[in-house]
Design a protein around this ligand. Structure first.
Ligand code: ATP
Ligand code: MG
Length: 585
């Protein structure tokens, strides 16, 4: 599983549905005016050249996370594979929590993941708030046709009369009021004459329906709130379940793909669209909603509310903290768009929800980086190794492949000298069995350098090793004729002390110790991992330029990235993206 080259995508139930729709010509009569709009606009358009239309509809109330990546890869991927268009639509119908900073970050992130909302000459970037006028007109049409009414009950009364799964609901006393009254009241609601929560517009469906979502659901509520795009123009805002089908229809979406929680909303989705089509507001063919299982990843939380809390209360350094499952965080951690797409591809698409092990995300990163990341040596917990029989001041050139798994890669060079940095745990004065690294009397290979024989160590007054001593065996240099003359069981990495580059290295671990930090009644803050970041001062191979975003494999240690915010060549700051092997099994 080391290849990221494109293999044909695995089939799934959504692909099957799309292929059937294409074979049956379900959408072949669909007209598209080149921009969103109701029937009157669309019927003037030509036949739609996009064979399907999907959409990714984030609410700009937070940053995107790995769960969103699944939906992005799915929607944009299907459109790409079937000659269609995928719209990026900001579902900004909830004024209080939305803002432009999130809008811009989401745009950047979807682009970074490698997707585009351009289709032929179209730029399919939309805002639900641009449809507020249409939604209002459609609501009026529903009132006129007897399919909606303004309810004056309090929110407690509305809740109390909704019924239960076993009991039917009770009709509102305002349910059969004349359409003119509801129209006038809706107009007053819009005009700001009523306080928040005093009136709602409801669809008139069936208070006895076994599906609770069809018991006269709300369409509009009053919210005297400033909107990030429409300002104070509106003080009524559409409910998500009302706005969403309309947004899809105005945009000519064919396959509206959402997560399973919305399955019970599908009858309402269809009810709205059929009504509006019957009223001449929308054209057939109408969008259809399909549901798939959301991504639940172990050891993370993805609820935006919880992520916001971690950020606001300072448990992490920001939305882009490398420990968060946000896409800006994963990016800073060293995740590549290719790795995230590979992960989403491997996830597949299904209708049964399950928890995905975090290892799977990490493995996708290793598999993506293995063939492309240049190798370097770093020593993160350094202790001096002195080659006592090597002349002071002398250096020798060592050559190593930049990437042994990439036949096109070049080689790199670095000096060998008398004093080296090695990892502290590569020396033990009294080793256990099967320890093949340095201990007095043992011979090991210094990777790409010489074979050395350990002769002892120096210690401080606390017994801590301060210096390890060894003698090199002449004629054993890697690449030379005698390299394999002396057999060794251990190979260790090193950097020349006089030449190595000092670096701050941030060793990240999982943010939570519990695989399901927020399941059941658990408080996710209780399982925060106190050791989720450890900062060390290490040494890097000479020639390792820590320009922000540079990625390497540090041999034996893992994949690392120069931090995109804090790193410079002069003062490298390096993040550990992932270890070479999984330490959690
Ligand atoms: P919140 O945490 O506020 O519930 P959300 O994740 O629902 O946020 P949206 O902005 O509404 O956020 O999501 C945009 C799209 O991403 C939706 O279509 C949603 O279905 C999809 N999505 C969100 N989370 C996941 C997930 N974990 N797996 C797959 N798709 C997801
Ligand atoms: Mg949501």
């Amino acid at each position: 599983m080391t290849s990221t080259t494109s293999t044909p995508p695995a089939s799934n139930f959504l692909r099957t549905i799309i292929e059937q729709d294409l074979a049956n010509g379900t959408y072949s009569d669909k007209r598209w005016a080149g921009k969103p709009g109701p029937a009157s606009v669309q019927k003037q358009g030509a036949l739609d050249t996009a064979r399907i239309r999907t959409r990714f509809p984030p609410e700009p109330n937070g940053h995107l996370h790995i769960g969103h990546a699944k939906s992005i890869c799915l929607n944009f991927g299907l459109a790409r594979d079937y000659g269609g268009a995928c719209h990026l639509r900001f579902d900004d119908t909830n004024p209080e929590k939305e803002n432009d900073e999130y809008v811009n970050a989401i745009i950047d992130t979807v682009k970074w993941l490698g997707f585009s909302w351009e289709f032929q000459t179209e730029t399919n970037l939309y805002y639900a708030s641009d449809y507020f006028d249409y939604l209002y007109e459609f609501a009026q049409a529903l009132i006129r046709s007897g399919d909606a009414y303004v309810d004056e009950q309090t929110s407690e009364q509305v809740r109390a009369t909704r019924g239960t799964l076993k009991e039917k609901g009770v009709n509102s006393p305002w349910r059969d009021r004349p359409a003119e009254e509801s129209l006038a009241l809706l107009d007053e609601m819009r005009g700001g004459k009523h306080p928040d929560g005093s009136l709602i517009l409801r669809a008139k469906i069936d208070m006895g329906s076994p599906n609770m979502n069809l018991r006269d659901p709300a369409l509009y509520r009053i919210r005297h709130a400033e909107h990030h795009r429409t300002g104070s123009k509106w003080c009524i805002y559409p409910m998500y379940t009302w706005a969403h089908p309309v947004e899809d229809a105005l945009e000519g979406i064919t396959h509206s793909i959402c997560t399973l929680e919305f399955e019970d909303q599908r009858p309402f989705y269809d009810w709205i669209l059929e009504k509006l089509a019957a009223l001449g507001q929308l054209n057939h063919p109408l969008p259809h909603q399909y549901e798939f299982a959301r991504l639940n990843l172990s050891y993370v939380v993805t609820s935006k509310r919880k992520l916001l809390m971690l950020v606001q209360e300072g448990y992490v350094s920001g939305w882009d903290d490398p420990r968060l499952p946000t896409l800006v965080g994963l990016r800073r951690r060293g995740y590549t768009p290719e790795a995230i797409r590979l992960f989403c591809e491997r996830l597949g698409v299904s209708k049964s929800s399950s928890h995905i092990n975090h290892n799977m995300l990490e493995q996708a990163l290793r598999d993506d980086l293995d063939p492309k990341a240049d190798r370097r040596i770093a020593v993160l917990d350094p202790v001096k190794l002195v080659i006592t029989n090597y002349p002071e001041g002398q250096t020798e050139r060592c050559v190593a492949p930049s990437n042994p798994h990439n036949p096109d890669s070049t080689s790199r060079e670095f000096p060998f000298s008398r004093e080296l940095w090695i990892e502290r745990d590569d020396f033990l004065e009294n080793p256990p069995k099967k320890y093949f690294r340095l201990f007095p009397g043992n011979t090991v290979r210094l990777k790409y350098g010489y074979t050395v024989k350990c002769t002892g160590c120096l210690k401080d007054e606390n017994g801590r090793v301060t210096e390890v001593h060894a003698e090199y065996l002449a004629d054993t240099k890697s690449g030379s004729a005698g390299a394999n003359a002396v057999k060794v069981k251990g190979t260790i990495t090193w950097v020349s002390a006089a030449h190595a580059i000092r670096a701050e290295v941030r060793l990240y671990d999982r943010l939570f110790t519990d695989p399901h930090p927020d399941s059941g009644n658990k408080n996710f803050l209780d399982s925060l991992n106190p050791n989720s970041i450890q900062t060390v001062q290490g040494w890097l191979e000479p020639g390792t330029h820590a320009d922000p975003g540079s990625l390497w494999q540090f041999e034996r240690l893992g994949y690392f990235i120069a931090d995109t915010i804090d790193s410079t060549r002069e003062r490298p700051v390096i993040n550990r993206a992932v270890t070479l092997r999984d330490a959690w099994i």
